[in-house]
Design a protein around this ligand. Structure first.
Ligand code: MLT
Length: 312
């Protein structure tokens, strides 16, 4: 029987709605995945999943909140690569991604796209590279703060171009996209889960995709590597976490609902339309996420320390 502690008096877990914390603004890429995933998982859990957008400090405020939340099976976090980049980016991080959480599983991988505002006077990757080198810090690059994947992508982009743009941070790439559409910023590197509708409606200029191979949903878009940025690769992955000490029974039940959602056509079709790919079963487990997170902390830690970007 799935009961414990004070919950046992009220019946089996889950007996009331569950909170899924999203580290970025509503309507953006992480939020889109979270809401769709939550809706599907609720069908298995028999309880609704409430999406809680806790923005700030490139996603680290949300992680900190969940690390400190009651480990009762009613608070979870969905986060991406930012969970792995934060330890290198923040000298004073108030939580440790490798020791302060219980792991549920991975969800989906998402390519990113390099976009310019519709009237940016640069066409194609060659045109973009020339324009970027000629205009440097006159170019405004939007991101979602230190720890966001838009920041990671933008950082690698500037590094590989040998230029420094002017960075404009937002609470998520939903407001960053609004700024790009309104012409307040020039460039944004963002996930296909938000950008595909804008690209298809031709409201932005698409320069390329950040994966090593072209993607099915945007077959005409070159990779940044093809466009001249050798070895350029950023692929976004998502993990679901709980505070450390969350009862294993709750983790098991939440994981079972996660795995059911990843097989649910309502979820998987939506992800496919938005360029996202459901992870293989081995990654859908707590161990699969934990092992992957460790490898990503190592990988991005090395890259970020080399570039030398950090916050005190
Ligand atoms: C978002 O949901 O706004 C994005 O994932 C932010 C980012 O990491 O670029």
């Amino acid at each position: 029987c799935l009961t414990w502690g004070s919950a046992s008096a009220q019946g089996a877990y889950p007996n009331h709605p569950i909170s899924l914390v999203v580290p970025f603004a509503a309507g953006g890429p992480t939020d889109v995945v979270a809401r769709s995933l939550g809706a599907s998982m609720a069908k298995t859990l028999g309880q609704s999943i409430i999406i809680e957008n806790r923005t700030g400090a490139g996603g680290t405020l949300a992680s900190q909140h969940v690390a400190r939340a009651a480990p009762d099976g009613y608070t979870f976090l969905i986060h991406h690569n930012g969970m792995a980049t934060a330890p290198a980016l923040y000298r004073k991080l108030s939580f440790n991604p490798l020791t302060d959480f219980a792991y549920v599983g991975q969800v989906a991988d998402v390519p990113m796209t390099l976009l310019g505002r519709k009237d940016l006077p640069a066409d194609g990757m060659a045109g973009f590279i020339k324009y970027a080198r000629e205009n440097g810090n006159k170019i405004n690059l939007a991101n979602a703060g230190l720890g966001a994947v838009s920041q990671l992508c933008g950082m690698l982009l500037q590094e590989s171009l040998g230029v420094q743009f002017t960075t404009v941070p937002y609470a998520g790439t939903a407001p960053a996209m609004t700024a790009l559409l309104g012409g307040q910023v020039d460039v944004l590197c963002d996930q296909t889960t938000q950008t595909i509708p804008q690209i298809k409606a031709q409201r932005v200029k698409l320069y390329g995709v950040t994966t090593l191979d072209r993607i099915k949903t945007l077959p005409d878009a070159p990779t940044l590597q093809e466009g001249g940025l050798k070895g350029f690769e950023v692929k976004v992955w998502h993990g679901v976490y709980a505070p450390k000490g969350t009862p294993p029974e709750a983790i098991d039940k939440f994981n079972a609902a996660l795995r059911a959602a990843l097989k649910d056509p309502a979820f998987s079709q939506k992800m496919a339309e938005l360029g996202a790919e459901i992870v293989p079963e081995a990654k859908q487990t707590p161990e699969g996420l934990q092992t992957w997170l460790q490898s990503e902390v190592d990988k991005w830690g090395t890259v970020i320390r080399k570039v030398g970007v950090y916050a005190d």
